[in-house]
Design a binder for this molecule. Sequence first.
Ligand code: KIV
Length: 285
Amino acid sequence: MAKKSILDFQSMIRKGEKIVYLTAYDYLTAKMQEKAGVDMILVGDSLGMVCLGYDKTFPVTMEDMIRHCQGVRRGAPETFIVGDMPYMSYQVSDEQAISNAGRFIQEADSDCIKLEGAGPRIISRVKAINEAGILVMGHIGLTPQFMGQLGGYKAQGRSAQAALALIKQAKLLEEAGAASILVEGVPAEVGKAITENAGIPILGIGAGSYTHGQLLIYADMVGFYDNFTPKFVKKYANVGAVLTQAFQDYAQEVREGKFPIDAEHTYKMKDEEVLELAKILKEQK
Ligand code: KIV
């Protein structure tokens, strides 16, 4: 299937077709997701937790992001890829933001970048990156890079006033040139109101069923990452248990001398070479 563009996503939302969005961080997972027909892949800075074992996203660097985006692109050459701008890669200035956004396009062949927030500083970044010709996905609601100010990973928009503030943020992002917005961790009514007020694709993660598309962190939905599972995740598989069992079986078979079986799992040597080797070894003794 041909790679979808922003025009395809706009056409999908006009037709009421849902956009399927998942995170991936590596070649193999991206390859499976492309095979499964996922519309859009986010290489999220959640790779800090999922791949690098941090307990937050702050330590993730541009180098980490570019490297992982490159692997994902190799695995999913025909899928729209969003590169997530890590902490402090865009906050400092418009110039810093354009230059780092450009790296996702130039070095990792990403199709779009995502950044968090909608305050005046971020709105300026969205305008600047958009004017540089790069597609921007905004991200509002539960924004992990603002977790200090949010007081942790907490659902957002749970009062009428807080919900109105989010609807306004979405409008500001759209006016600044965002091509789409990800809304995270808000009640379904808020996801609905933002979606109904928007003229661009609204993707949701933990934002209810009304958004134009759904995102999940792949490692959550396949039961791979088990340090913490948010309320909004549905588990479609228990890959972690399958892998742990496989590692246990392997360990047991190695210890018991049951693996490898030479007739099955090793390379063949011609009989005459085996004899020759035995002869030489004997002579050397
Ligand atoms: O990094 C990421 O995967 C994200 C999601 C939490 C939305 O930004």
